[in-house]
Design a protein. Sequence first.
Length: 161
Amino acid sequence: MIYIDMDGTLCDFRKAIKQWFDIDLPHGKPLNKVSEKAEIEISDNITFWELLEKTEWCDALLKEIKEPFAIITKPYSYNATIGKLKWLYDNRVNNHRYIRGIIFCDMFTKKAGLINPLEFDLLIDDNKTEIDDWKLDGMAFQVEKELNITAFKKFMENYRS
Ligand SMILES: [Mg+2]
């Protein structure tokens, strides 16, 4: 199974933070470490999550997925989960041929072992901590500041073989 993160991987979370709060969020840094106020403001706001732009590479990344996958994302709040579900619908991710579901799960629950990756379970995520944690059992691809789609294609070819 493949697990794909939303914020920073499919959705341009940092761009939205810049637009809403004029905050330059460093890549891979959690928002609450930079501004707790902004974190509180977005966490219960359906619109924020619903209107996130796709990352530049979102479509290209999803096009390379040719096996069953689930979206894995932090829940934040009831309203955020609604916004995220709307985002997946509005951006037609829910129509992807291989999507099997959405998992709302924060880092703590992963660490707590609610998801125990098997050897060939693949995580695609922009968060280094998540990636390192996942790699203890499974496989992982880290989306850097920009996704190098050629490198990703190559990675997926190796993953399949
Ligand atoms: Mg992320």
